[in-house]
Design a protein around this ligand. Structure first.
Ligand SMILES: Cc1cc2nc3c(=O)[nH]c(=O)nc-3n(C[C@H](O)[C@H](O)[C@H](O)COP(=O)(O)O)c2cc1C
Length: 213
Protein backbone atom coordinates (compact mmCIF):
# COMPACT_ATOMS: atom_id res chain seq x y z
CA UNK A 1 0.00 0.00 0.00
CA UNK A 2 1.47 3.36 -1.00
CA UNK A 3 0.34 6.68 0.45
CA UNK A 4 0.29 9.71 -1.81
CA UNK A 5 0.14 13.16 -0.21
CA UNK A 6 1.87 15.07 -2.99
CA UNK A 7 1.91 14.78 -6.76
CA UNK A 8 3.87 11.60 -7.69
CA UNK A 9 7.22 12.26 -9.41
CA UNK A 10 6.15 10.64 -12.71
CA UNK A 11 3.12 12.97 -12.90
CA UNK A 12 4.92 16.26 -12.17
CA UNK A 13 4.84 17.54 -15.76
CA UNK A 14 1.30 16.33 -16.43
CA UNK A 15 -1.28 18.80 -17.74
CA UNK A 16 -4.19 18.22 -15.35
CA UNK A 17 -6.53 20.64 -17.16
CA UNK A 18 -7.60 22.27 -13.93
CA UNK A 19 -8.18 18.99 -12.06
CA UNK A 20 -6.35 17.68 -9.01
CA UNK A 21 -3.66 15.04 -9.59
CA UNK A 22 -5.67 12.96 -7.10
CA UNK A 23 -8.47 12.85 -9.65
CA UNK A 24 -6.25 10.83 -11.99
CA UNK A 25 -4.70 8.59 -9.33
CA UNK A 26 -8.13 7.61 -7.99
CA UNK A 27 -10.04 7.77 -11.31
CA UNK A 28 -13.29 7.12 -9.46
CA UNK A 29 -16.05 6.76 -12.06
CA UNK A 30 -18.79 9.40 -12.13
CA UNK A 31 -22.23 9.15 -13.70
CA UNK A 32 -22.46 11.00 -17.00
CA UNK A 33 -25.50 13.13 -17.83
CA UNK A 34 -26.62 16.27 -19.64
CA UNK A 35 -28.03 19.33 -17.88
CA UNK A 36 -30.41 21.37 -20.00
CA UNK A 37 -31.79 24.87 -19.52
CA UNK A 38 -33.26 27.70 -21.56
CA UNK A 39 -31.13 30.67 -22.50
CA UNK A 40 -32.53 34.22 -22.26
CA UNK A 41 -33.44 34.07 -25.97
CA UNK A 42 -35.48 30.89 -25.44
CA UNK A 43 -32.92 28.63 -27.19
CA UNK A 44 -31.86 25.43 -25.47
CA UNK A 45 -28.57 25.11 -23.61
CA UNK A 46 -27.04 21.68 -23.02
CA UNK A 47 -24.04 20.91 -20.81
CA UNK A 48 -22.52 17.45 -20.29
CA UNK A 49 -21.56 16.98 -16.66
CA UNK A 50 -20.09 14.08 -14.76
CA UNK A 51 -19.22 15.08 -11.24
CA UNK A 52 -22.27 14.75 -9.07
CA UNK A 53 -24.14 13.00 -6.29
CA UNK A 54 -27.83 12.12 -6.12
CA UNK A 55 -29.39 11.50 -2.72
CA UNK A 56 -31.89 12.81 -0.21
CA UNK A 57 -34.15 12.00 2.69
CA UNK A 58 -37.83 11.14 3.18
CA UNK A 59 -38.92 14.64 2.21
CA UNK A 60 -36.56 15.67 -0.56
CA UNK A 61 -34.35 14.24 -3.26
CA UNK A 62 -31.34 16.34 -4.25
CA UNK A 63 -29.05 16.52 -7.24
CA UNK A 64 -25.69 17.95 -6.20
CA UNK A 65 -23.42 18.91 -9.06
CA UNK A 66 -20.01 19.09 -7.48
CA UNK A 67 -17.89 20.84 -10.11
CA UNK A 68 -19.78 23.38 -12.21
CA UNK A 69 -17.77 26.00 -14.09
CA UNK A 70 -18.73 29.52 -13.01
CA UNK A 71 -17.91 30.74 -16.52
CA UNK A 72 -20.14 28.28 -18.41
CA UNK A 73 -23.60 28.91 -19.81
CA UNK A 74 -25.07 26.33 -17.44
CA UNK A 75 -24.22 28.40 -14.37
CA UNK A 76 -25.57 31.59 -15.96
CA UNK A 77 -28.81 30.12 -17.28
CA UNK A 78 -29.58 28.35 -14.00
CA UNK A 79 -29.14 31.65 -12.14
CA UNK A 80 -31.52 33.28 -14.63
CA UNK A 81 -34.30 30.68 -14.76
CA UNK A 82 -33.85 28.80 -11.45
CA UNK A 83 -34.69 25.49 -13.15
CA UNK A 84 -32.99 22.73 -15.13
CA UNK A 85 -33.39 19.15 -16.30
CA UNK A 86 -30.75 16.48 -15.72
CA UNK A 87 -31.07 13.84 -18.45
CA UNK A 88 -29.32 10.47 -18.55
CA UNK A 89 -28.28 9.16 -21.97
CA UNK A 90 -27.32 5.62 -22.87
CA UNK A 91 -24.33 4.76 -25.06
CA UNK A 92 -26.24 4.89 -28.36
CA UNK A 93 -26.65 8.68 -28.13
CA UNK A 94 -23.39 9.54 -26.38
CA UNK A 95 -21.74 11.00 -29.51
CA UNK A 96 -24.69 13.31 -30.08
CA UNK A 97 -24.56 14.43 -26.46
CA UNK A 98 -20.86 15.20 -26.94
CA UNK A 99 -21.73 17.28 -30.00
CA UNK A 100 -23.51 19.74 -27.69
CA UNK A 101 -20.05 20.83 -26.52
CA UNK A 102 -19.18 21.97 -30.04
CA UNK A 103 -22.65 23.52 -30.59
CA UNK A 104 -22.27 25.98 -27.73
CA UNK A 105 -23.13 29.36 -29.33
CA UNK A 106 -25.46 31.87 -27.74
CA UNK A 107 -27.78 31.78 -30.78
CA UNK A 108 -27.67 28.00 -31.11
CA UNK A 109 -30.48 25.69 -30.16
CA UNK A 110 -27.93 23.24 -28.77
CA UNK A 111 -30.13 20.16 -28.45
CA UNK A 112 -31.35 20.34 -32.07
CA UNK A 113 -27.90 21.31 -33.39
CA UNK A 114 -26.48 18.14 -31.85
CA UNK A 115 -29.06 16.00 -33.67
CA UNK A 116 -31.21 15.43 -30.59
CA UNK A 117 -34.84 16.32 -29.87
CA UNK A 118 -35.86 18.98 -27.35
CA UNK A 119 -39.17 18.63 -25.51
CA UNK A 120 -40.48 20.84 -22.71
CA UNK A 121 -40.18 19.49 -19.17
CA UNK A 122 -43.47 18.75 -17.43
CA UNK A 123 -42.92 20.55 -14.12
CA UNK A 124 -40.16 23.12 -14.65
CA UNK A 125 -39.22 25.74 -17.22
CA UNK A 126 -36.42 23.84 -18.96
CA UNK A 127 -36.07 21.56 -21.98
CA UNK A 128 -35.51 17.79 -21.87
CA UNK A 129 -33.61 15.62 -24.35
CA UNK A 130 -36.29 13.25 -25.61
CA UNK A 131 -33.81 10.48 -26.50
CA UNK A 132 -32.58 10.17 -22.89
CA UNK A 133 -34.15 7.40 -20.82
CA UNK A 134 -34.35 9.25 -17.51
CA UNK A 135 -34.90 12.89 -16.61
CA UNK A 136 -34.71 14.67 -13.26
CA UNK A 137 -36.69 17.90 -13.37
CA UNK A 138 -34.98 20.22 -10.92
CA UNK A 139 -35.32 23.50 -9.04
CA UNK A 140 -32.12 25.33 -8.21
CA UNK A 141 -31.43 25.73 -4.49
CA UNK A 142 -27.98 27.28 -4.09
CA UNK A 143 -24.36 27.12 -5.12
CA UNK A 144 -21.05 27.97 -3.54
CA UNK A 145 -17.36 27.37 -3.94
CA UNK A 146 -16.20 24.48 -1.78
CA UNK A 147 -13.03 26.44 -0.89
CA UNK A 148 -12.63 30.18 -1.30
CA UNK A 149 -10.99 30.96 -4.63
CA UNK A 150 -12.12 27.76 -6.41
CA UNK A 151 -13.02 28.34 -10.07
CA UNK A 152 -15.94 25.93 -9.97
CA UNK A 153 -18.94 25.72 -7.68
CA UNK A 154 -20.94 23.01 -5.98
CA UNK A 155 -24.53 23.50 -7.16
CA UNK A 156 -27.58 22.02 -5.42
CA UNK A 157 -30.97 21.28 -6.91
CA UNK A 158 -34.14 19.79 -5.52
CA UNK A 159 -35.55 17.14 -7.84
CA UNK A 160 -39.28 17.85 -8.28
CA UNK A 161 -40.08 15.13 -10.83
CA UNK A 162 -38.50 11.92 -12.10
CA UNK A 163 -39.55 11.11 -15.66
CA UNK A 164 -38.45 7.71 -16.91
CA UNK A 165 -38.87 5.34 -19.81
CA UNK A 166 -41.08 2.66 -18.21
CA UNK A 167 -39.27 -0.19 -19.98
CA UNK A 168 -35.98 0.89 -18.40
CA UNK A 169 -37.50 0.79 -14.93
CA UNK A 170 -38.38 -2.88 -15.40
CA UNK A 171 -35.75 -5.41 -14.31
CA UNK A 172 -32.17 -4.26 -14.80
CA UNK A 173 -32.83 -1.92 -17.72
CA UNK A 174 -30.95 0.94 -16.07
CA UNK A 175 -27.63 -0.92 -16.03
CA UNK A 176 -25.49 -2.86 -18.46
CA UNK A 177 -24.67 -1.81 -22.01
CA UNK A 178 -27.85 0.22 -22.54
CA UNK A 179 -28.01 1.80 -19.11
CA UNK A 180 -26.43 4.67 -17.18
CA UNK A 181 -23.10 5.90 -18.51
CA UNK A 182 -20.03 6.59 -16.42
CA UNK A 183 -17.04 8.79 -17.08
CA UNK A 184 -13.79 7.09 -16.08
CA UNK A 185 -11.58 10.11 -15.87
CA UNK A 186 -8.04 9.64 -17.06
CA UNK A 187 -6.79 6.73 -14.92
CA UNK A 188 -3.01 6.82 -14.61
CA UNK A 189 -0.43 4.58 -13.03
CA UNK A 190 1.18 7.17 -10.75
CA UNK A 191 4.54 5.36 -10.72
CA UNK A 192 4.81 4.89 -14.46
CA UNK A 193 2.87 7.77 -16.03
CA UNK A 194 4.59 8.59 -19.31
CA UNK A 195 2.38 11.28 -20.78
CA UNK A 196 -0.43 9.21 -22.19
CA UNK A 197 -3.81 8.30 -20.83
CA UNK A 198 -7.41 8.82 -21.81
CA UNK A 199 -10.93 9.05 -20.46
CA UNK A 200 -13.17 6.05 -20.95
CA UNK A 201 -16.89 5.63 -21.29
CA UNK A 202 -18.19 2.91 -18.95
CA UNK A 203 -21.41 1.14 -18.00
CA UNK A 204 -22.28 -0.61 -14.79
CA UNK A 205 -22.40 -4.35 -14.15
CA UNK A 206 -24.32 -5.38 -11.03
CA UNK A 207 -22.77 -8.48 -9.45
CA UNK A 208 -24.99 -9.51 -6.53
CA UNK A 209 -27.67 -8.31 -4.18
CA UNK A 210 -26.56 -6.68 -0.93
CA UNK A 211 -27.23 -8.56 2.31
CA UNK A 212 -29.74 -7.15 4.80
CA UNK A 213 -28.05 -5.06 7.49
C1 LIG B 1 -17.44 13.66 -19.99
C2 LIG B 1 -17.55 15.14 -19.68
C3 LIG B 1 -17.85 15.55 -18.40
C4 LIG B 1 -17.93 16.92 -18.08
N1 LIG B 1 -18.25 17.29 -16.81
C5 LIG B 1 -18.32 18.60 -16.48
C6 LIG B 1 -18.65 19.00 -15.15
O1 LIG B 1 -18.90 18.17 -14.25
N2 LIG B 1 -18.68 20.33 -14.88
C7 LIG B 1 -18.45 21.27 -15.86
O2 LIG B 1 -18.52 22.48 -15.56
N3 LIG B 1 -18.14 20.91 -17.13
C8 LIG B 1 -18.08 19.61 -17.46
N4 LIG B 1 -17.76 19.23 -18.75
C9 LIG B 1 -17.46 20.27 -19.74
C10 LIG B 1 -18.74 20.88 -20.31
O3 LIG B 1 -19.62 19.87 -20.80
C11 LIG B 1 -18.40 21.83 -21.48
O4 LIG B 1 -17.47 22.79 -21.05
C12 LIG B 1 -19.65 22.48 -22.02
O5 LIG B 1 -19.37 22.98 -23.30
C13 LIG B 1 -20.13 23.65 -21.16
O6 LIG B 1 -21.41 24.02 -21.61
P1 LIG B 1 -22.13 25.36 -21.15
O7 LIG B 1 -21.24 26.52 -21.57
O8 LIG B 1 -23.43 25.34 -21.85
O9 LIG B 1 -22.27 25.34 -19.64
C14 LIG B 1 -17.69 17.88 -19.08
C15 LIG B 1 -17.39 17.46 -20.38
C16 LIG B 1 -17.30 16.10 -20.68
C17 LIG B 1 -16.98 15.67 -22.07
Amino acid sequence: MKTYTDVPAAMRGMNTYGFSWMDFVTAIPSPLFVVTTYKRNGKTNACIQSWAAFSGNEKHFYAVLTNVSRRGHLCRTVHETGEAVISFPSADIYDRCMATIRCNGEETDEIAAAGLTAEPAETVHAPRIAECFMHLECRYLWDRAIMEGDDNVLMCFEVVAVCADEERLAAAGRYGRDGYLYNVHYPVDPERYAGRSHDSLAVLETIRELDEY
